[in-house]
Ligand binder design. Structure first.
Ligand code: NAG
Length: 322
């Protein structure tokens, strides 16, 4: 792979990662403004609306519940708001006070996931809905507003608004998700336990930073009843064994386009530790539905001196760190 597309994507992901932090900073900074608008709001509408409120920018990152209002000051052709919640939350989005001209080409579309540089998270392989059902298009919806609920902790709104003073308000609410499957981590360090109980599905935990991953527990192929699970063969690759965990590295967000760094298909505890020097590091659990599968892991950001020196080396291990 030539260095250029990687480098571009790297920039994009880096800026998104930076915005993750920045977004929180800005929101904190504007919290006092938010309170002022809340006060006047309360006088107008009564006290049921005790939610954070701030303007929405054409390119934005939202990490809190609240009302976010966009008003075009000039034609805005390509805007996007990235929304992220905690791993065990999903996101509900609702549009209100919409004044856009659909017939003139304006649009507002909500997406169940993130799209970065044309790549989707979760990938089509890991999401339970077909791609077209993951979009909610305000202009083609029939109801008075448009609502959407994400399947994981990330969602997105794309919009194009051409006439000045047109706009909309987006209500973001985070809801508890008792069975998180796909997750985008908000932070470069933490820990997580992913469980897939008797479901034929795949779940990816994505960390858009270069990290060291340490698997602390892996339990695969636990039989449905309490009978002993058959002695498992250790495969050179795991795809023949039905249920397995793969560690992936890459510079985009679509897990189906990332490089396998390691495959694990036997139960272990506290063994695997791996540095992945890519912009995106993923733990992906593949489940046949026959078993309760469970993987726990910890991760931390790689220091600058731990990053691979040359990214152009060989394809296979370009982001594996010795
Ligand atoms: C899970 O992933 C595997 C390998 O990537 C794929 O063969 C399988 O079809 C996927 N399962 C589902 C339910 O999408």
């Amino acid at each position: 792979m030539p260095a250029t597309p990687c480098a571009q994507l790297l920039l994009c992901l880096m800026s998104v990662s930076a915005r993750l932090g920045l977004g929180r900073y800005v929101e904190d900074n504007e919290a006092s403004d938010g309170l002022y608008s809340l006060l006047s709001l309360e006088q107008k509408r009564g006290s049921e609306d005790l939610l954070f409120r701030r303007p929405l920018r054409c390119l934005d990152m939202l990490a809190t519940d609240g009302y976010f209002t966009f008003v075009a000051s000039r034609p805005q052709l390509a805007c996007a708001a990235f929304i992220i919640a905690e791993p065990s939350e999903v996101i509900s989005l609702e549009l209100s006070d919409v004044s856009i001209d659909c017939s003139a080409g304006d649009f507002i579309k909500m997406f169940d996931g993130w799209v970065l540089k044309g790549e989707k998270f979760p990938s089509s392989q890991d999401h339970q809905l077909p791609v077209h059902q993951r979009y909610t298009d305000y202009c083609s919806s029939t109801g008075p507003g448009a609502k959407s609920r994400s399947s994981q902790n990330v969602a997105m709104v794309f919009f194009r608004i051409q006439s000045p003073d047109s706009g909309f308000t987006l209500l973001v609410k985070k809801l508890h998700n008792p069975f998180p499957c796909n997750v985008m981590s908000q932070s470069p360090e933490g820990s997580f336990t992913m469980v897939i109980p008797h479901q034929r599905r795949n779940c990816s935990f994505s960390i858009i930073y270069p990290v060291e991953l340490r698997l602390t527990e892996l339990s695969l192929g636990q039989a449905k009843s309490n009978e002993l699970s058959p002695q498992r063969q250790v495969w050179s690759g795991c795809s023949g064994s039905g249920d397995y965990v793969e560690l992936l590295g890459g510079n985009g967000v679509d897990t189906s386009k990332m490089f396998p760094v390691a495959d694990l298909c036997f139960s272990l505890s506290g063994l695997a530790q791996m540095k992945i020097g890519c912009d995106n590091s993923v733990v992906r659990l593949v489940s046949s539905g026959n078993y309760i599968n469970r993987v726990s892991f910890q991760y931390r950001l790689l220091e600058h001196n731990e990053l691979p020196r040359s990214r152009e080396n060989s394809l296979d291990n370009f982001c594996t760190v010795e």
